[in-house]
Structure formats: C-alpha cells, structure tokens
Design a protein around this ligand. Structure first.
Ligand SMILES: Cc1ncc(COP(=O)(O)O)c(C=O)c1O
Length: 387
C-alpha cells in the first residue's frame, strides 16, 4: 500500500479510517479491545527512555491503545492537535474547567446550557474557589462585557440543551481572540458531522460521546479536543480525578462513530420534517428547531451549519396541559419515553415543571415516524378538547 500525498478529506472516510491501522502485532482489522490494566517494559533502559518522553503505554487510567485510537480519530474529525477521552460527558466538562478555571479565576458561561452543567458551575466551581457569570450566550456583546481581568474561559453549547439556542460562534470566537480568553464549546447536540467549532475560533470543543458519537445507546463517555499542551493538562487533571475513558467505551465508540455522517444525515432529514409537522399541528403550542424560519437563531444556524442541517433535536410544547401530554405520550408507539439523545432510536422526554418536551428524533423511516407522531398529536388534541 502506498499512502497518497494528501490524506483523505471526506468525512465518511475519516470517520471510518482516521486514527486506525491494522493491529501491528496481529494484523487485526478494526481496533482491538485492549482491556489490559498495565503495560510492561522489556528493560530498565526502556523505562528510562519512557521517562525521558518516548511514547509507551504504562497504566490504563492514563491511556490505552484502544482509547488512543478513538482520541486520534476525534482529533482528526475536529481538526484539533490532540484529544483526550473521558469517563462521561460531565467528566469532559469538569476536567476541562478544573484545568482552565482554577481557584481565584472566573468563567463566563452561557445561560443556555444543560441543567447539570449549570449545577456544576453554580455548586462545584464555587467549591473549588472559582466564580461564574451567566449571560445570554447568543448575545456576543453581553459575553464580551462579562469578561473581567481574571476571566479564564468562555463556555457555551453549540446548540443548547434543551432550548436548542445556537450562539454565533464566529462572533464569540472573535471576542475570545480579542480578549485572549479561550472559548470552550460543548458541541454534543451537533457533532463534527454538522459543526467543527475550532474552525470558528473556539479553543476547545468537547462532547458527551454518549450521544451522537456513539449513536447506539450503549456507552457513557466524553471527549475533549484542542491544542496539544492544553489537552495534556486536562488529561493530567482527569487522571487524578479518575475520570478517564475505559477501553471498552472507546471500543464501542470506534464502532459507532464509523456511521456518524450517515446517521446524522437521516437524523437531520427526519427532524426537519417532524419539526414542520409539529409547527403545523393545532395540538402544538410552540416548537423550537433551528432549521425552522421562526427559530430566533435560524439565521445564525443557517450561516454556521450551511446545508448540512440543524441537527436531530426538536423541542416543543403542547396546548392542553397535562391531559394532552398524557394522551400524547401514551399514544406514541415508536419513540421511547427516556432521557438521553442522539440514539438511532427516537427518544422523547417531558421536562417536569414546564411544558417542554425534548424529542431526539431517531433514524427510523420517516413515514413511520410521521404516522406515529400524527396519531399521538391527534390524541393530544382530542384530550385537550375533552378537558
Ligand atoms: C449538552 C450536554 N453536555 C454534556 C452532557 C453530559 O454528558 P454525560 O451524560 O455523558 O455525562 C449532556 C447530557 O445529556 C448534554 O446534553
């Protein structure tokens, strides 16, 4: 085999092949699952060479060949110098912020973020001696105004959970560059198949790999991508926290991610069609999908995402309160009532204390999803009229 002058540029090709090679000792095609705890040295000289910086795996909490391959693949897909795998998406966020925002420093965070991340910032960040200001992440001027001399990072979600707000990463990247503060982007809801935040001025992109990167609901994991030195610092924090990725998680992810662009294409097609269906149905009070003209960030999303589409997540609310919600959820047949998202199967979750329903649109056949959703919305409409 002769390597081409230019590495393959297509996303499908890279999802399948980047970071992978035939196993050097067996020729196995597909990265083997190296479940080993520790890695031996043949001699004292080899230990000395490793201590002087020669690459060598030594202890699985600090890396393994299987995890390494996934990290290399993700660095390639995000256009990053390096990546580090983490035990969960929350480990990716906490490890990154623990490294970037130490005691005495300050974080500017978007108010449009995953509720557990918000709690991490409000409760744990304060406990380790850092402070946070929340601003509207879709307002770059507000983000700039919130930056102080001790601000060590800006934190946003590329498409927020659950409100699906899309900040202008180009404008935020400019703010980050001007003020010399790294922009950290959680891109879980979009994946590198739709958006690569480093190309828009972010310093770090991270994901809950549990979601679209896996796609098959069989792993909890995370990934952080960025510059080599920063990633090395985050990796060291993660090792001490005990929050690094397991080889088994990496092995499952290496299988799942091969079909990422194919899956995302279908998620996007289905989500846009179902968002339009929801928008037109009288049982629906409101719909949020960045691909709809009525979405407040539609223009930004269109500019950032181009014709790749606005992802597979749709949020909406029903008219008719609890009776309508009960009828809707109990009539739905295909989507599973469950948290999590990004799975090939549709998942739907009602947020308690609000009328918000988050729909992770799966890759099932669109006519099946359309028929199922219509049936359930009709039932919600009848329940509303009866109530
Ligand atoms: C946007 C976002 N970031 C991070 C996380 C946390 O990921 P994990 O559940 O893998 O810890 C989630 C979980 O839903 C999420 O939606």
């Amino acid at each position: 085999m002769t390597a081409p002058d230019q590495p393959p540029a297509g996303l499908n090709t890279r999802c399948i092949h980047a970071g992978e090679a035939l196993d050097p000792s067996t020729g196995a095609y597909g990265v083997p699952l190296y479940a080993n705890t520790t890695y031996g040295f043949h001699s004292y000289e080899q230990v000395e060479a490793w201590e002087a910086g020669a690459p060598h795996f030594h202890y699985a909490r600090d890396g393994s060949p299987t995890v390494r391959c996934f990290e290399l693949k993700m660095a390639d897909l995000e256009g990053a110098e390096a990546a580090v795998g983490t035990a969960t998406g929350m480990a990716a966020i906490s490890g990154t912020l623990l490294h970037l925002v130490p005691a005495g420093k300050h974080l500017v965070a978007s108010e449009h973020i995953y509720p557990i991340t918000r709690r991490l910032l409000c409760e744990d960040l304060a406990r380790w001696g850092a402070t946070v200001s929340f601003v509207d992440g879709t307002d770059p001027a507000a983000v700039g105004e919130a930056i102080r001399p001790e601000t060590a990072a800006i934190y946003v979600e590329a498409c927020s959970n659950p409100a699906l707000r899309v900040p202008d990463l180009d404008a935020l990247g400019e703010v980050a560059r001007d003020r010399d503060v790294p922009l950290v982007v959680d891109a879980t809801f979009l994946s590198p198949a739709l958006l690569r935040p480093l190309e828009h001025g972010a310093g770090i992109v991270l994901h809950s790999a549990t979601k679209y990167l896996s796609g098959h609901g069989n792993v909890v994991a995370g990934i952080v991508c960025g510059q080599r030195d920063t990633i090395a610092g985050i990796a060291a924090s993660l090792s001490r926290l005990g929050a690094t990725m397991s080889p088994f998680a990496a092995w499952l992810l290496l299988a799942g991610i091969k079909t990422l662009p194919l899956r995302i294409e279908r998620h996007v097609t289905n989500a846009l069609a179902l968002a339009r269906l929801l928008e037109a149905h009288p049982a629906v009070a409101h719909v949020s999908y960045p691909g709809l003209d009525c979405h407040p960030d539609h223009a930004v999303a269109t500019r950032l995402l181009g014709d790749r589409g606005s992802g597979g997540m749709v949020s909406f609310g029903l008219a008719g309160g609890k009776p309508a919600l009960r009828a809707f959820l109990n009539t739905l047949y295909i989507p599973t009532i469950a948290v999590s998202l990004g799975d090939v199967g549709s998942l739907i979750w009602p947020f308690s204390g609000s009328d918000l329903i988050r729909f992770s649109v799966g890759t099932e056949d669109l006519p099946d999803l359309t028929a199922d959703l219509t049936r359930a919305l009709d039932a919600a409409g009848l329940a509303r009229e009866a109530g």
